[in-house]
Design a protein around this ligand. Structure first.
Ligand code: ASP
Length: 158
């Protein structure tokens, strides 16, 4: 991982809970810059970068080599299954990631209807859509300033 640059993270994740309670998660990534050809990151590995079961859906971004070591997505789901709130579960998981010098971010949704995110990268963009949402609010949050740049985006039916 010493050949990877941690300031160029370009991953898109999605976690969804539908009206019947079905939960799914997906993660797409271009990987990290300056890595060996054939490198396998965390994103496509169930339990590491992506995980969903009947309790929660989780998608991660960040330095894959660190996320893989923790099985970060599954770690969040185990904490939720053990009864921690989604917020607490994300907090604990990010602490573990930071303990191994990992940089990353996580989005999650729980069966209880909680929606959350956490990150220790410089910034992380996210959007939350509920069944009642009329407009998508995209947020770009910055860890350093604690500021968020919020924009209303039009919700399209197509
Ligand atoms: N986690 C991805 C990887 O290590 C990169 C990213 O999230 O930006 O391949």
């Amino acid at each position: 991982y010493e050949y990877c640059s941690s300031d160029k993270l370009g991953t898109v994740g999605c976690v969804v809970r539908d009206s019947s309670g079905l939960i799914v998660a997906g993660t797409s990534t271009g990987g990290l810059k300056v890595c060996y050809p054939g490198r396998v990151g965390d994103s496509g590995i169930p339990g590491s970068g992506t995980y969903a079961n009947k309790f929660a859906g989780i998608s991660c971004t960040g330095i894959g080599e660190k996320i893989l070591r923790l099985n970060l997505a599954r770690l969040v789901s185990i904490l939720i299954e053990e009864g921690f709130s989604l917020e607490k579960s994300l907090e604990k998981a990010l602490q573990k990631l930071a303990q191994i010098d990992g940089k990353g971010g996580v989005i999650a949704i729980s069966q209880r209807g909680e929606i959350g995110y956490t990150f220790n990268t410089k910034t992380m963009s996210f959007a939350i859509i509920r069944s009642t949402t009329k407009q998508i609010r995209r947020s770009l949050k910055s860890q350093k300033s604690g500021q968020s740049d919020k924009k209303q985006l039009p919700l399209r039916n197509s």
